[in-house]
Design a protein around this ligand. Sequence first.
Ligand code: C5P
Length: 212
Amino acid sequence: MSVKPIFFALDGKSLSEFEFELKILKDHIYGVKVGLELFVSEGPSVVEKLKKQGWQVFLDLKLHDIPNTIKEATRSAANLGADFLTIHIASTSDALIEASNTKGNTLQILGVSSALTSRAMTNSVSEEVNKEFKEAKECGVDGVICPASEISKTKEIFDLIVTPGIRLKNDDKNDQKNVATPNFAINEGAKYIVMGRSIRNNLDYIINDLEL
Ligand code: C5P
């Protein structure tokens, strides 16, 4: 059985809400994404619980703060056992360098561009994002969160590209502006894709039919 390069976004207030899906998806997909909503409601032990269940854990806290706070939060995330952690590139290069120097051997830092958060993609946004990604690379960041439309440019900078905003052909777009299918994102060069609502609505298809 091949493991699909998907992070399941656990967008909810308690881990028990996802018990059913997690059981079914185990060994079919690569990992889970813990965002602010779940982390704040359940507390840091949610990461430890998921690690005990054998998941790769992507801690999507989108940290944006002064260098010392970023450094210590990164240390704490690494100690918790998180495998990936998001940090806003706008936190400054000093903060990103501190994070890169503190993360240890197992945690990977993913840069987030503030220009991307729910904004429509235009040429000027695309240029801004590309510039930020280059700066992040120079600071030792391991990879980035990148919409499907920007993957081909971003591949020249990073191998580790994680793409959200994924929808199957017939899915509702909901609040996402830049959506793409799983196959499009992976064929463009994303290493992993993030899927939340689209997984919950299409569990059987994801496990049995989706070929990536
Ligand atoms: O697949 P779905 O839209 O339900 O998943 C949304 C997840 O992807 C959320 O956890 C959200 O934080 C994350 N995300 C996003 N768009 C971005 C960055 C992250 O939807 N530009």
